[in-house]
Design a protein around this ligand. Sequence first.
Ligand code: GLV
Ligand code: MG
Length: 326
Amino acid sequence: MSFTIVEQCPARLNRSELAVPGSNTTFLEKATKSTADVIFLDLEDAVAPDDKAQARKNIIEALNDLDWGGRTLSLRINGLDTHYMYRDVVDVLEKAGNHLDMIMIPKAGTAADIYAVDMLVTQVEAAKKLKKRIGFEIIIETALGMANIMEIAGASKRNESLHFGVADYAASTKARTTVIGGPNKDYHVLTDADKKGKREVHWGDMWHYPIAQTVVAARAHGLRPIDGPFGDFSDPDGYTAQAKRAATLGCEGKWAIHPSQITLANELFSPSKEEVTKAKRILEAMEKAQKEGKGAVALDGRLIDIASIKQAQVLVEKAEQIKGAK
Ligand code: GLV
Ligand code: MG
């Protein structure tokens, strides 16, 4: 283990993250009953420029007047390159800051972007004596943001999660995509010819690199890595495939741009009963081994060691967190 201890951000369930446009009051009201772990109220790209001011008012009203039943709430502000952003922070925090848990910073490009928002939030928080400390969710969705991801991840004590924003990332890198967050058949390899001369097309995951980068930068700073949107909400199988590969790489959750994606995300990012049972057996076996002075033992014909304890603990803790939230 390194002498540098990675401090962990506050433990929040973040399997599903529902996007709700601030311009739509019906959607805001519906979201109060949502089963999403986190709900982000959007002032950015789901809101047209002419609707920004009204959306801000709607969100302030929704935060103050609706019963959110203790749900985790975030506010996606506009980018630092716009003239909307300072009001997004100041107006919403001043008027409804006690109902908000986090602010989501889109299109973060450098650590200084996070520093600037931190400065603003810190001032409003102190002036208004806000009861909750606002956390930051950061979307990595530009080539610049990806190039600076490590510094961004460590830029503020408020940081809680890094999100891979595939739609803007594709635009920024000029990647060729068909569906937001989906695969592209052109990203493939051809197998060598078999005896009959037949070759197979194997599709690859064109998002592997940015998601893996997001996971590493987030985990190295004690943050939650979260996979962003999947655009085709009439394709649950496509969503499931993308969510599973993100979970396999270490992501804790995925966005839901439609309510139908929430249940899928909650399920796909929860450890299964079998996984939890197995993890508990590993912990028991290792406890016994350690009492006997052994560093490694066999369980069901496979070697387990100290590293297995940590993985098992993560699983068991996650299962307990989910049970506690029900
Ligand atoms: C999210 O904001 C994205 O661009 O994918
Ligand atoms: Mg975006």
